[in-house]
Design a protein around this ligand. Structure first.
Ligand SMILES: Cc1cc2nc3c(=O)[nH]c(=O)nc-3n(C[C@H](O)[C@H](O)[C@H](O)COP(=O)(O)OP(=O)(O)OC[C@H]3O[C@@H](n4cnc5c(N)ncnc54)[C@H](O)[C@@H]3O)c2cc1C
Length: 405
């Protein structure tokens, strides 16, 4: 069987479905779209959180909100109120359901599940061709959101540090009251794992129910098996002797680095250069914020802009480049973290204790002002940052324990 459309979206996860939903809003101007997704059905496989209060319509998916958060180190615990920019949660189960409903209501978008792309993707006479075991698909435009297909490019390893954020989470129900349902426990540095930064992240849903997650920033991605022991030990510590029942679990690996997003596909065979009709998008193609790995909001924002371009006859758009100041701050922060893991608890405590939560939220949501950036820099201890800047400038000021690849 062969199918032709205006646009093929490869991968129907967060980015593919976000684009599908935003395209469906354009009615008869929606380009005829086929989404090819490998999964046969969707499961509740992830929990997305982000700082809200910025008027994004993605907040319609929110199922939980917290108006305060805490950071805990061996020395102190800081709790901050963040009513203005609450911490919001989207359950992937609800997101996938809503996306499938909205997409099925559009006569111009077809979500084809169970369609694993295995064959070569090539362009002939202005049309891209994609083959799956269920058929041959062609279109003049492609948006490729398959995480494995993205060309992660480091323009210069020395100036583009890279950490991996790996996490394993589990929903638990405790036998007695333990959590404050109004306060998300953003970082609890009560454990350690050699050569990495380890903390517990807790999303409390009630006094007895929470998602507890062992999170590691490190030089390489960690499997669920490798994270099982840290999760067990951090959870045991947090339970303070209470018993708990385990439920659903989730595992994730996010890139933290200032990778350059090439966005467009290079086609050496036909010497097309960067072909604007084939765009990479999603987590591994510029969707993740370098310093945090957060991607949900950035992907949603990109999908709105990309849908608008496509619905007005323009080629698909890749993720935009980050502002140079944001990029420089993210790069410096990651270099300091890479070289000084032992400082991480104090750095985060200082940042969240001294800077107004709304400033941090704006910065994390790519909306930081110059004064937000200045407040963030002023909150951090200057020595490691100056040493890192000096090292980057080639001044030999002491030995670094760098994990920069
Ligand atoms: C457990 C977890 C928790 C996360 N939590 C947060 C969070 O709290 N906040 C935040 O901002 N970000 C979070 N993220 C990061 C990010 O938001 C998600 O990874 C997001 O799903 C990325 O979207 P994506 O479309 O790029 O990738 P995915 O959602 O993974 O979608 C890719 C899709 O491509 C499909 N696919 C792959 N290969 C093929 C193929 N060959 N043929 C057909 N289909 C294919 C996959 O089946 C999948 O559906 C989390 C990630 C994970 C894994």
């Amino acid at each position: 069987m062969s199918f032709h459309s205006d646009l093929i979206i490869l991968g129907g996860g967060c980015a593919g479905l976000s684009l599908g939903m935003n395209l469906s809003k354009f009615g008869e101007h929606t380009p005829k779209t086929t989404i090819l997704e490998g999964r046969t059905h969707y499961t509740n496989d992830r929990t997305w959180c982000f700082w809200g209060g910025f008027g994004s319509d993605s907040e319609e998916f929110v199922t939980h909100r917290w108006e305060s958060f805490s950071i805990t180190t061996s020395k102190a615990r800081v709790t901050r109120h963040c009513k203005e920019t609450p911490y919001l949660m989207v359950s992937s189960q609800d997101f996938y359901q809503t996306a499938q409903r909205l997409i099925s209501e559009s006569p111009r978008i077809d979500l084809k599940r169970g369609n694993l792309i295995t064959g070569e993707i090539f362009k002939r006479k202005g049309l891209w061709h994609v083959s799956t075991p269920l058929g041959e698909y062609s279109a003049p435009w492609i948006v490729d959101t398959r995480p494995g297909s993205s060309p992660l490019v480091h323009s210069s390893p020395a100036s583009n540090p890279m950490l991996w954020q790996s996490f394993l989470g589990e929903e638990i129900t405790t036998e007695g009251d333990l959590f404050d349902p109004g306060c998300v426990e953003l970082m609890d540095f009560s454990g350690s794992l050699p050569e990495t930064i380890l903390f517990l992240y807790v999303l409390p849903f009630s006094k007895r129910e929470a998602l507890v997650e062992a999170t590691v920033f490190g030089p390489r991605p960690l499997s669920a098996e490798e994270l099982a022991e840290p999760l067990k030990s951090l959870t045991k510590n947090r339970l303070q002797g209470l018993h708990a029942l385990s439920g659903r679990s989730e595992h994730g690996i996010l890139p933290m680095g200032t990778m350059r997003n090439t966005g467009q596909m290079k086609q050496p065979a036909e010497d097309l250069g960067n072909d604007p009709s084939y765009v990479h998008a999603g987590l591994m193609a510029g969707g993740a914020r370098p310093s945090s790995g957060y991607a949900f909001q950035r992907i949603w924002k990109w999908s709105q802009a990309c849908a608008m371009a496509l619905a007005t006859g323009k080629p698909p758009r890749p993720h935009p480049h980050d502002h140079p100041l944001t990029r420089a701050m993210d790069a410096l922060f990651l270099r300091v973290l890479s070289s000084n893991q032992e400082l991480a608890p104090d750095l985060f405590l200082s940042l969240f204790a001294k800077v107004k939560p709304a400033r941090v939220a704006r910065f994390m949501n790519d909306q930081g002002t110059l004064s937000d950036c200045a407040a963030i820099m002023a909150s951090l201890p200057p020595t490691p940052f100056l040493l890192e800047l000096a090292t980057a400038a080639g001044l030999p000021l002491g030995k670094r324990k760098s994990h920069v690849p």
